[in-house]
Structures are given as C-alpha cells and as structure tokens.
Design a protein around this ligand. Sequence first.
Ligand code: IMP
Length: 510
Amino acid sequence: MATILPDVSRTFSEFLLVPRLTKKGQGVDKVDLTTPLARRHDAQADGFGINVPIVSACMQAVSGVELAISLARQGGLSFIFCSQPIESQADMVRHVKSHKAGFVLSDSNATPQTTLAEVIDLMKRTGHSTVPVTEDGSSTGRLIGLLTDKDFWEFEDDLSKQVKEHMTPMEAVIHGNVGVSLKEANQLLHKHKKECLPILDGENKLTSLVFKKDYVDHRRHPMELLDESKRLCVGAAINTHDYQQRVPALLEAGADALCFDSSDGFTDYQMEGIDWIKKNFGNDVVLGGGNIVSAEGFDYLVKNSELDFMKVGMGGGSICITREQKGTGRGQASALMAVVARRDEYFKETGIYIPVCSDGGLTNDTQIVIALAMGADLVMMGRYFAMTDESPTPKTSINGQMYKPYWGEGTQRAQNWQRYSDAMSSREMRFEEGVDAYVPLVGPLAEVFATTLSKVKSTMVNVGADSLSEFRQKAVLTIVSEQSVVEAGTSSVFQFTANRELEDLNWGTA
Ligand code: IMP
C-alpha cells in the first residue's frame, strides 16, 4: 500500500504571522532584502546573490528582455525562458547584458563619409542619439569624431551632406583613456558637461563609451542588480535535453545564473545534467535545480552534487493543471516547509547552506511574506510579472478592460517552438499541463513592485526583523480557520472607495 503522509497539504493562505517585538529604531528603510542564490559554506556571505528576494518565472509570457531589464533594475532577477532555440535565448541574454553598463561597446557607428540621412536612419533603428565616427565605421575603429542629434537639424540641414561636416572633430572630443575607472570617467563627464565619453586606447581606437544617463539611471535605481562590470544581471532557464549545447551558449552570452525549468526535477536526467554542468563549469555557474516538493527530492539532488539553489513547487502555479492532469503535486506551503526543514538539517550536518526558491502559486503580496517567513530565500512568480507593462506579450482590450495573455510552459502554445528546432522535435506532447489565459494589465513593474516590497518590509518590521534570515528565525505562524479567513476581509461595512478594488486588481483577484 502507498505511504500516506500524516500532514494535510497546505497553502499559504492558511497561515498568518503573529507580530513580535518591534524595537525602537527599526523601520522599513533599515530592512535588508538581499538574499543568496549560490550555495554558501558556513553561511558566509560570499557568492552570487540578489538584492530583493523575487525572481521572474522561466516562461515565454513572462521573462523577456524588457522585463529582465526592468526587474534587474529593481534588484531582482529574471530567468529568460528556454522554450526557444538556443541562439535566440542567448541573444536575449546578450541583449540584457549590453543594455546598460558603465563601459558599453558602441553599437551605432558611422564613417566620416556616412551621410546625415544614413545616420538619421541608424539613430531611428537603434534609438541612440550619439554616434561615434570611426575611420572604418566599426565599434573599435580609430576615432575621428563624434556626432550627436544636436549637431544637425533633420528638417533644416542638407541630409546628403557627410557626417564629417557636422561632427565634433577628434581634437575637440573629450575622451578618457583605457584603464580609467568608472568613477573617474563620470567625473570627466561632470567636469566637461558632456553626455558621452569615448574611451580610447593608445592608438586612439575606440574601446567603449560611458554615458551620463547611465550614471543618472544608476543613482535612480540604488537597488539594481549589477555584475562586476556594472552590467545588469540576468538568469536563464535550461532543460534536461540540450544542456550540453545550451549552457555553454548562455554562459558565453553572459548569463549570471541558470536553473532547470522542470515541473518535476526529481529525476536521474536532472542529476546527470547537474553533474555535467558542474564538472564542466564548476563554480563559474550558479545553478538551480528542481522543481521538487519533498525532503527526499532535496537529498537526491543536493547530497551528491554542487547544486546552488533549489526550486520548490508543483501544481500551485496560476496557469497550472498538473495536479488535475497527473495527480501529482503538493500544497505549496507544505512542500516549502518540508524542503526548508530538510535544508536546515542539511546545513547543520554539513555547514552547506542551499537557498530555497518557492516557485508559483502566490496570489497576493501577503503570500510572498508568508513564503519568506516559512524559510524561502526567494520566490519565483509568473502571473505577477505577466500583468506588467514590461512582460513580452501585447496588451489586449476585452470589454473595456486591458489584459495581457498569459500561458503555461506546459501548453501546446509554449511547446510549439520545438517544431522548429531539430534538437527537440522528437518530443511529442500528449496532454497539456497548463492553460492559455489572460491576466489584467497593472502598469509599470516599478510601481507594483514598490508596493510589494514596502509591504514585505513593513511585515518584517512587525516581526522585529531587519534581514530575511532574522525574519525566518523570528517568524511565528498560525494556521487560520476558514472563519478567520472570512474575518480577515472587511466585515459588515460598505466601501465606496475604488482603492481596494484597484489593489485587488493589481493581483488580478477582482
Ligand atoms: P504563478 O506565479 O502562479 O503564475 O506560477 C508560475 C510558475 O508556474 C512557474 O514558475 C512554473 O513553475 C509553473 N508553470 C509554468 N508553466 C506551467 C504549466 O504549463 N503547467 C504547470 N506549471 C507551470
């Protein structure tokens, strides 16, 4: 006979946090939300981590370039979906990495002979208003001058004229030399009141550009997640079928973290994948495994591997029908608590700390807090991000309300890409594990995210915690009865303000 677990499969909405002492001087502005992604030895704070404990799901309708950029600016991380050919996924990673950096490779260049009409065309295509003029028109050629959109008037000047007649010539271009630090480069921009500083080598060849707007942008996003070269960080998903080709391509493109995207990661296939990746790339890759829902799954994937973080969840996702289709899964809260308990024991036994990510099924900000209190180091969400302006899908108006399409990775729609990819074309889909749906549009990510983070911090202060690890240690949770869930809403009052409805809409529960 099958083993029957004694506990009931529970969800986050069945729990509440009991407030604890808030000390004088504690406040939301003092709360530290940084969290690790790389495994840690004896809880040392080294290794890759993120600035807020929220990542976006490995899904076509969620983690595209625009969302990845926007989320990294808020301190989180996107995992670009792997349900696409390797080259297009690597291109998306490259795109995020090159989006903004202290020192960027110039990708809009002209020769002195290029016409103004051609330059205008180039500026429209790339969206850039500064064009270095190099001898051969390449991004690393000898610099001859600099042209910006302020150097000509599109509707007044003769557009057949050549760039050399309008550019600032090399002698007058303020530049930095290779080896200059970003701080020094910004100081030069400040001192000379310039927007762009070309960095040149000993032969006056262009190596990179530093922009004032990047500096300003950085100051406006103090939490943004940057790598050592000041580029935005981005993650990427992988699968157990083509990792030997996909992983090198993604790392080469600059991915900062990888994770297996699987509804059931408790498999030999994933273990082989982890082994191969860690054997070939060692600690150069931050690697997540899963999804799992049990201590047994945790032991299998972690005990004999160098896996960095573990994703937990099966069947809780908003578009997920795995539990109905296959009868597998576990209440998300129970799954998380089981894995966290084993992770904590494992830490005591070995001194190795494995960050745990609670993936899917979060339906409001409170549930993020409960997941973090239960021991998740971070949460992964799909629907939350699919609803924002920055998700990769088009806005659609239905009955006067704006929506965005949101579909599961286990749908025919998501898996159609395989038809066009040789490596995966033999995999046939007999039934779907997800649905194709719509979610309400909530506007720019920065706005909803700010509300979410302030709620998370505010609850942490109620529990007297300044950091996520302290929050986990201090949190006391109580299971609520159905009646107390009813009581948690407003009772016996009439509300005439639109605010609450708007808030519900933010999470799509209206
Ligand atoms: P959400 O935040 O509740 O929308 O859940 C997102 C999570 O659902 C993802 O991170 C995946 O773990 C999971 N997921 C994505 N696509 C599917 C699917 O088609 N079936 C089942 N689960 C899915």
